[in-house]
Structures are given as structure tokens and as C-alpha cells.
Design a binder for this molecule. Structure first.
Ligand code: KG4
Ligand code: ZN
Length: 340
């Protein structure tokens, strides 16, 4: 029988508590996520203190659930992978501490996973054959980066946001419209019923000298100003048209820069990753544009785009194969960069 490497992946970098068991970096044996959305909903964003306390309360039962769903015991695990950054320090520390304790008790490797690289590895769980070199867009609540990936651990940053992350802007617009948290899914639902041509918002740094950086603070301010002006006039904002026009502006920039990066690097494959990769309009338009040029687009299923333990376990498997292990002095690194 072929040998199997089974990794337990833990994810507590922001507001989702997640644990998953993955075999050989590809086969999900279990994947449980406990969302804190309802806790943070009324605040319109994540409250760090509330998030870390909740992680602490549920991480142990969640690991038990992941193990029982996978149908194996902790003694059969070959390594514990954990997101140690970037993220909220109090939240990260819960995962890091529990991972250290388990790795010590079970005498198995502790694998420190960069959360952003974890998002990329969600694509290894799709069944698609991933072929390096490739270009990847990681677009989440905290990051928007275009990456050139030559191989495992060989990542070059081609461009990133100079201000807000795309997901963060979805969240802020939803908060201004009183639509709750997280903003992405609810804005997308409203956008489906709106006419995007009624309004137009700025697309920053479009096609600027082949630069692959992003800027989303301009579109954010334009939309927030528009909402405020409508309120001052006493008119009722058409939130459907507004959502559609805003989403259109963000998606157009993401697709345009992704296309530019893939062409410049002569990539044959393009990976989409991070929470905003769940957006149907982004997935559809990216596919249409890149596949017309013969570039294959791979995107994780929606449930693996947002934070989860399976992506951490998958990344952990490939880290372990490269001999990456942490010592007991592993700490949370809130501002960890890609490739660090
Ligand atoms: O990757 P993720 O779960 O957490 C971070 O690492 O940040 O991403 C969460 C972000 C949030 O900003 C959320 O609004 C956004 O992803 N998001 C979406 C959609 N689903 C989640 N944005 C646009 N469209 C969606 N369908
Ligand atoms: Zn994330």
C-alpha cells in the first residue's frame, strides 16, 4: 500500500475557527469551519477581542469534530499545520498555542503556514493538476496581491494594493448600507438584481504603465460619498444598482491586472485565491478573459475560498515535504508577508 501523510490544519487568523484533516495535500478527510459572522454582524466588522475569545472557547471541540468526521485518531496524524500570520495577533495565538501543545504531546512536526500561501493551496484541493510556473491572485479581506509562483515556496510579488484590500472595501460599503458583515456575499447578492450601467465609480491605476499594483481607496471614498450625498438629499439609494456598479468597478480592475500579469509572465495557468475569489462575477469574467488567451483559470470551490483549515493542511503537506518545521519558539506574526 502507498504511504499516506495525514495533516491536521488549524486556522484562527481572523474570525473563522477552522480545523481540517487532509491526506497527501489533496484529499480532504474532514473540514469544519465555525463562522463568527453572527457575533460580528452588528458591529459591521471583526472585533479582535471578541474573535480571540470565541476561538479559545471552540477550538478544542472543533478539533474533536474534525477528527471524528475524518474517522481517525490523533495518533494517526503525521503533522500539525497552523496559520501563524498574517492576521489578528490574539486570534493567531489561539491556533499557534494549541498546535504547539498537540505537536508536543503527540511528538509530531509543527508546521508554520503563511495564511496567504494557505489560500493558494486551496487550489490543490480542487482535483485540477497544478503546473508551475503560474500566476496567482490572492484577494481577501486583508490582502490583494498578484503573485508569480515558480514552484513551492518560490513566490515573487508582482503587485499589491497600495491601500485597502478589495474584501475590506466590500465590507465597508456593506456597513455603510447597513447590510451587515461580511460584505462580499451580501453585496454580490444585491448586485445580481441591479443595473451596473446606472452609476459609474473610478477604476484606479488601470493599465498604468504595466504596473500591477492596486488601489481601492478611491472607489471606496467615491461610493461612501455617493451614499452620504443621497442621504443628505433624503433620496432612497438604489442599493441594487449601487452594489452592481461598485462590484463592477472592483472586478474590472482585478480582471484587467490579472490578465496583464498572466500575459507578461506568459503563464499557462492562473490561480484565484482568498475570500473575494468566491465572487461569481469575478470568477466568470476572469475565466472569459484569460481562457480566450489559452490561460487556464483554476479557482477553489466557494467554501474553500474563505478561511478554512483544509487549505492550511494542504499547504502544510508541501511545507513538510520541503523540510519546513517550527520549534517551540514559534510565535504569531501579524504582519507576515508572502514568501517570508
Ligand atoms: O480570505 P477571507 O475569508 O479572510 C481573510 O483572510 O481576509 O476573506 C474574507 C473577505 C471578506 O472581506 C469578505 O467580504 C470577502 O472575503 N468575500 C467576498 C465574497 N465572499 C467573501 N467578497 C466578494 N464577493 C463574495 N462573494
Ligand atoms: Zn484569509
Amino acid at each position: 500500500m502507498l504511504s499516506k501523510t495525514v495533516i491536521l490544519g488549524l486556522e484562527t487568523s481572523c474570525d473563522d475557527t477552522a480545523a481540517a484533516v487532509v491526506a497527501n495535500g489533496r484529499n480532504i478527510l474532514s473540514n469544519v469551519v465555525s463562522s463568527q459572522d453572527s457575533l460580528h454582524h452588528r458591529f459591521g466588522g471583526v472585533v479582535p477581542e471578541v474573535a480571540s475569545r470565541r476561538h479559545l472557547e471552540i477550538i478544542n471541540p472543533l478539533i474533536d469534530e474534525a477528527m471524528s468526521k475524518a474517522g481517525i485518531s490523533l495518533q494517526e496524524i503525521d503533522g500539525i499545520a497552523v496559520s501563524y500570520g498574517p492576521g489578528l495577533v490574539g486570534s493567531l495565538l489561539v491556533g499557534v498555542s494549541i498546535a504547539k501543545a498537540l505537536s508536543y504531546a503527540l511528538d509530531i512536526p509543527l508546521i508554520p503556514v503563511n495564511h496567504l500561501e494557505g489560500h493558494i493551496y486551496a487550489n490543490f484541493l480542487t482535483g485540477s493538476i497544478i503546473t508551475f510556473p503560474l500566476v496567482c491572485l490572492v484577494v481577501s479581506g486583508g490582502h490583494t496581491s498578484l503573485l508569480y509562483v515558480e514552484g513551492h515556496g518560490k513566490i515573487e510579488v508582482l503587485g499589491k494594493t497600495r491601500d485597502d484590500a478589495a474584501g475590506e472595501v466590500f465590507d465597508k460599503i456593506a456597513r455603510a448600507l447597513d447590510l451587515g458583515f461580511p460584505g462580499g456575499p451580501v453585496i454580490e447578492r444585491h448586485a445580481q438584481q441591479g443595473d451596473s450601467s446606472v452609476l459609474s465609480f473610478p477604476r484606479a491605476l488601470m493599465g498604468e504603465d504595466g504596473k500591477m499594483d492596486f488601489s481601492f481607496s478611491g472607489v471606496k471614498t467615491a461610493v461612501l460619498n455617493y451614499i452620504r450625498m443621497e442621504q443628505e438629499k433624503g433620496s432612497r439609494t438604489d442599493i441594487y444598482a449601487l452594489s452592481a456598479a461598485f462590484q463592477d468597478a472592483v472586478v474590472e480592475v482585478l480582471v484587467d491586472k490579472s490578465f496583464m500579469a498572466a500575459r507578461q509572465k506568459e503563464a499557462k495557468q492562473f490561480l484565484l485565491a482568498g475570500g473575494v475569489a468566491a465572487n461569481g462575477e469575478l470568477r466568470r469574467r476572469l475565466r472569459v478573459k484569460l481562457e480566450a488567451e489559452g490561460i487556464e483559470v483554476v479557482a477553489p470551490p466557494v467554501e474553500l475560498c474563505t478561511d478554512n483549515g483544509a487549505m492550511v493542511a494542504a499547504a502544510g503537506y508541501y511545507y513538510l515535504r520541503r523540510g519546513i518545521r517550527a520549534n517551540w519558539d514559534l510565535n504569531a506574526v501579524p504582519s507576515l508577508e508572502v514568501g517570508q
